[in-house]
Structures are given as structure tokens and as C-alpha cells.
Design a protein around this ligand. Structure first.
Ligand code: M6R
Length: 623
């Protein structure tokens, strides 16, 4: 989704602003722009398309100056055109503003502005209306004021007053040609972080944009405004109260967000899974008590014992992890668990009991729908916990407690390592709740051993990447794909279908295997392969029936299975992808990885832009 970078310091702003945008590319965008204050005027360069296009514009016609703002836009109001790209200006042409989010009442504000004075709008965006509103308030208040120090305060006040009229969400950065070395930011619903440097400061949508320059960060809260200068900053609330925020150390370095020798971030992140899975459980297993230790939940054993129901909510891949969690928590702890699409949950009246625990699962911790579900649950008085990767993200900060994934930055738009970390954490939650109820020490030990064996088994699996590539390349002419699994592997079918759709643009669906005969079988044909996720488990023979049903209708079959399963599928499946044997409870972590690789290799074979698939954004901060 849209990205913001702001800089004020002593270096040339242009290269820093462009570099920051490049580091935010993974969020998804369709146009980009920069505004730099050069003496007494603002220079802007912007265009639809990639940052490479913007860089070219900057190279051909450089903009000089030591403070400015930049933006990548993911279109909401208005098409992705040069005109609609940010920054946008006010009527005077001196104030430039970039914005993430949606101003819902922009049409009404526009109408009022036009009635009051002359305004010439050049774009179709809600952002330009906001720029005009802020500019008008500022110009009216600054008339006749000669003290330059007052202008800074008046600009902040103008933004505050404009935002008090706004209905909607925003992350904002703004500069004014008459106010040197000064940028103003604000947030509501769209993340914004302040990077604190030495004689220079930054604003960014996420820390990855600025971590190469500073690892000291202040995470702004909703309704915060920030006035930023080279050597100081001041945070205040929308209501005008002074803020008291602390500076945090960013957990990762610029090195961690480099691709290294990998051609794509997605591949790098798939290969990081032995480590990320290990980090998700590091220090959280107790062999002595045969259970998990999750101090971040901020709940006493008595409170945990009293949990009568669990709701797991999230979107996309996080929702699929939740679905695995539902099977696992009910199996291990027998606590009734439901998975809810965050976007649905927040708007419906799900029956809840007082002893319900709500988990918001989100890699970014910023997904608008998941955040909405979390806030709605809190409004109704339920205890809410986060399962997030981004430390200090909004969901992590607003939950009553939670479990961090510690998976490290995930840059590829297609989520991979965050999924396996989420599944591991949900297993830990099931284990913890189970051991507080009926789960025996032997069963607890069995789960712990299975978890501890995972990193090595994943290493083993990753060594087969070339074999998986060879299978994927056989299917470049497929028109789409169907994915099937049962029990814990049903959500893996959904996740594998999502991965394939996202990065190959092929049509794909995931289903419980048995649903085949209730309708999906009508789709089966030689051009539409079916992928069955069939470890040799208790439901293997049932899956085999479904495989035969597809085979009888000449549908090609790819089976993801264990060695003993492969022996039974010889001559039945067209292609076999092997996974190491493991306890059923941890099998989804193993079955999903070859399917991440399968989608990846097929996407590469089809020439797709794997890390930046069309239309997608990494962190979806609008509804
Ligand atoms: O950051 P989140 O985990 O909240 O993101 C949720 C979804 O937007 C995300 O999983 C999306 O489906 C990914 N592109 C999947 O690969």
C-alpha cells in the first residue's frame, strides 16, 4: 500500500527520498513522486509506474535541497496517472503534501472550499483536496505574521485544524516553501514512524525505508501530529496536547533487508524458514513441564484455564494460519475455536461469551481489517491478543498482550515465512492451553519433539527445490490449478492456491478433498492439474479415493506426500513432491513449504514479477 518518506537534514534530500521509496517498493504501488524545497519554491517530480521512471526524471532534471517528502501511491481515488501521483499542492503552490489512506468526506470539503474561494484542482484525488484545505487555513492564519518562528506553529495548527474536519484515515507528510528545514507529519489509521538521526530526521511509513540511516525510531500513534526539524521534533495530539513518546531501537539492520545472493526476496524468505521457525519457538518450550511458555500473553495460569472460547481473526495468509490453528487448538486443548475473516468479523454480531479470547493474527500488524476487528473486540470488552511480526506495529501495541513471530523482515508480497511462524505459534498456544487441561505429559513431549525437529526437516526439504522447480516447469501451460487437502492440510490447500494466484496470476482454488464430488469435479480436465496434499496419515485412504476420482476424469495429479505415501501413489499421481515424515500436528509447516516453492518456480517460469505482483500491496492499510 502507499508509502511515505520524509527527510530534513544536511544531505541532499533527493537520493535519500528515492532510496527510501525503493525500500518501500514491496508495499505495492502504481505511481511515485518527490517534492523537495529548493530555496523559495518546491520542486516536484512524479509519474505513474515504477520508481525507476521517477529516478530517470530526477536524473534528467535534478531537484536540489536538504528537505523534502516522497511517496509511492496505490490508487484508491482516481486512476494511477502522473496527475494523480503524489505530492499534491495547495492553491498557492507552496505547500506540498503526501498522504496514505482515504479522506472519506473529501467531496464535501472540496465543495465548501470552492464556495469560499477560488481553487484549481489538478487531480482526481482526495489528497489534493486536503492539501488545499491545509493551505487555505495556513494562508489565512499567516497573513501579516512576520516572525518566521510563528510560521512553523501556524503550519502545524493548520494541519491540526484541517484534520479535525476530516473523516477518514491518513498518514501524512508535508512541506512548505516559506518554512525552511521543516516537515510536518500526522497519522490516523496509516502507520508513520519518525527516524531520529544525528543532525537529521526522517519520516516513513515503515522503518525499512530509513533503517540504513538510523535505527532510532519513534512509532507515532493514531491522532499524533509531529513537527520535524534537523535537530529536534515535537509530537502533539490532534486535540493539541503535547506527546511524550520514547525512542525505540529497530530490531533489524539494513543488511537484513537485502536480497543477498537470492534473485527474489520471496525465495530468500522461503529459505529462511529453518531459522524463522526456530525463532518462533526459541525460549518458549519447556521440556521439563512438557508445555509452552508464552509470557507475552500477559495472562495468569488461572486466566488461561478460564478461557472458554477462542476467536482467531486475520486476512489472507494470516487467516489460513488461523484455520490451521483452529484444528490444532481444538485438537490439543479442546477449547472451542473459530476462525473469522477480520473484515467480516468486525461488522457482524458474532455470538461471544465473556470467556472468549480474540487473537488478531497479522504479519505487518497494520492490516486495516484486522486492526478494525481488534478494536471492535476491545470495544465490546473482550481480551485481545496479537500474533504479529512487526514489533511496535499498531496491532501489537493496541492488543492486551501477544506473541511476536520474530521472523525478521518479510519483504516479498507473498507471505511465506510469516505463515510458518504463525502456525508454530498457534501450535504453542494449543500446547499451552492443552497442558493446562487434559493433555498428558507424553502428548506434550511428543509435540515439543516434533516442533524441535522442524528446522532440520525444513533444511532437508529445501534441498529439493530444484526437483520442485522441474515439476513446476512441466505445468507452464496449465490454465489454472486446484488444491485439495483434508484436516490440517485443508488450510494448506487454501494457502497454496493463494500463493499461486498471487504470483502466477493463474486461477486457483483450494478445497477440502472430499468437497470435490460436491461440485468442484465439474472443473476437472487435462489442462487443469489438481494438487493433493496427502501425507500418509489417518485420512490418506480417503484422499486416495478423491485422487482416483480426478484421475478417472483425466485430470493431471501432483501429490505432496511423505515417502510411505509416495510408495502408495506410484502409478497413480503424475508427479510426486516429497516431504519428510513428521507428527500430524506439525505437518502443515512441512507441506506448505514445497507449495511455496512450487508457486515461486512456476511464477519465475512464467516471467512474473514475483516480489511485486500486479495490483497487490504487502500491507493493506485501507478497508
Ligand atoms: O500483514 P498481514 O498478515 O495482516 O496481511 C494479511 C494479508 O494481507 C496477507 O497475508 C496477504 O494475503 C498476503 N499477500 C498473502 O501472501
Amino acid at each position: 500500500m502507499c508509502g511515505i518518506v520524509g527527510y530534513v537534514g544536511r544531505a541532499e534530500a533527493g537520493p535519500i527520498l528515492l532510496d527510501g521509496l525503493r525500500r518501500l517498493e514491496y508495499r505495492g504501488y502504481d505511481s511515485a513522486g518527490v517534492a523537495i524545497v529548493d530555496g523559495d519554491h518546491v520542486e516536484t517530480r512524479k509519474c505513474a509506474g515504477r520508481i525507476a521512471g521517477l529516478s530517470k526524471l530526477m536524473a534528467e532534471d535534478p531537484a536540489a535541497g536538504t528537505y523534502g517528502i516522497s511517496h509511492t501511491r496505490w490508487a484508491t481515488h482516481g486512476k494511477p496517472t502522473d496527475q494523480n501521483a503524489h505530492p499534491h499542492f495547495d492553491e498557492s503552490g507552496k505547500l506540498a503534501l503526501v498522504h496514505n489512506g482515504v479522506i472519506e468526506n473529501y467531496a464535501q470539503i472540496r465543495e465548501t472550499l470552492l464556495q469560499e474561494s477560488e481553487h484549481h484542482f489538478k487531480s482526481e484525488t482526495d489528497t489534493e483536496v486536503l492539501a488545499h484545505l491545509v493551505g487555505k487555513i495556513y494562508d489565512d492564519s499567516a497573513k501579516g505574521v512576520t516572525d518566521p518562528r510563528r510560521h512553523k506553529a501556524l503550519l502545524v495548527e493548520a494541519l491540526r485544524s484541517a484534520l479535525q474536519q476530516v473523516i477518514g484515515t491518513y498518514g501524512i507528510a508535508m512541506v512548505h516553501a516559506d518554512i525552511p528545514d521543516f516537515i510536518v507529519g500526522a497519522r490516523r489509521g496509516s502507520p508513520l514512524v519518525l527516524g531520529v538521526g544525528k543532525d537529521e530526521n526522517f519520516l516513513a511509513s515503515d522503518v525499512s525505508a530509513i533503517v540504513a540511516y538510523t535505527r532510532d525510531a519513534v512509532y507515532l500513534n493514531d491522532f499524533d501530529l509531529v513537527a520535524v526539524e534537523r535537530d529536534k521534533f515535537e509530537i502533539s495530539s490532534l486535540a493539541g496536547e503535547r506527546g511524550n513518546h520514547s525512542i525505540s531501537k529497530v530490531e533489524f539492520t539494513a543488511e537484513d533487508i537485502k536480497k543477498g545472493d537470492y534473485p527474489h526476496y520471496m525465495l530468500k524468505e522461503i529459505f529462511e524458514q529453518p531459522g524463522s521457525v526456530c525463532d518462533a519457538m526459541r525460549g518458549r518450550l519447556s521440556l521439563e513441564e512438557c508445555t509452552a511458555k508464552l509470557g507475552g500473553l500477559n495472562m495468569t495460569p488461572a486466566q488461561l484455564r478460564d478461557v472458554g472460547r477462542i476467536v482467531l481473526t486475520g486476512c489472507g495468509t494470516a487467516l489460513h494460519a488461523g484455520m490451521v490453528g483452529e484444528y490444532l487448538i481444538e485438537q490439543l486443548a479442546q477449547v472451542p475455536t473459530e476462525v473469522e475473516y477480520a473484515s467480516e468479523f468486525r461488522h457482524r454480531n458474532t455470538p461471544m461469551t465473556r470467556d472468549t479470547l480474540v487473537f488478531a493474527i497479522s504479519q505487518s500488524g497494520e492490516t486495516a481489517d484486522t486492526l478494525g476487528a481488534l478494536r471492535e473486540s476491545q470495544r465490546k470488552g473482550y481480551r485481545t491478543l496479537g500474533v504479529c511480526n512487526n514489533v511496535a506495529s499498531t496491532i501489537a501495541r493496541e492488543s492486551d498482550g501477544g506473541v511476536y513471530m520474530h521472523a525478521g523482515p518479510e519483504i516479498g508480497v507473498a507471505a511465506t515465512k510469516s505463515f510458518t511462524s504463525q502456525v508454530v505459534i498457534l501450535t504453542l498456544i494449543g500446547l499451552l492451553l492443552g497442558r493446562m487441561r487434559h493433555l498428558s505429559t507424553a502428548e506434550g513431549t511428543c509435540i515439543i519433539e516434533a516442533l524441535e525437529a522442524l528446522p532440520e526437516k525444513i533444511e532437508q526439504l529445501l534441498k529439493t527445490s530444484d526437483q520442485i522447480k522441474a515439476v513446476a516447469q512441466k505445468y507452464v501451460d496449465a490454465t489454472g490449478m486446484l488444491f485439495f487437502g483434508r484436516q490440517l492440510n485443508f488450510p494448506i490447500a487454501l494457502e497454496a492456491a493463494l500463493k499461486l494466484k498471487e504470483i502466477t496470476y493463474l486461477y486457483a482454488e483450494g478445497h477440502p478433498s472430499a468437497e470435490l464430488k460436491h461440485g468442484v469435479i465439474a472443473l476437472v480436465k487435462p489442462e487443469l492439474p489438481s494438487v493433493f496434499i496427502v501425507p500418509d496419515d489417518a485420512v490418506f485412504s480417503k484422499n486416495l479415493n478423491n485422487i482416483e476420482q480426478v484421475r478417472a476424469r483425466k485430470g493431471p495429479i501432483i501429490a505432496v506426500t511423505t515417502e510411505s505415501g509416495a510408495a502408495k501413489l506410484k502409478g497413480i499421481a503424475d508427479d510426486l513432491i516429497l516431504v519428510p515424515d513428521a507428527d500430524d500436528a506439525v505437518m502443515p509447516v512441512l507441506t506448505v513449504i514445497p507449495l511455496q516453492l512450487f508457486a515461486y518456480h512456476l511464477a519465475v517460469a512464467l516471467g512474473r514479477d514475483v516480489d511485486k505482483p500486479r495490483n497487490l500491496a504487502k500491507s493493506v492499510t485501507v478497508e
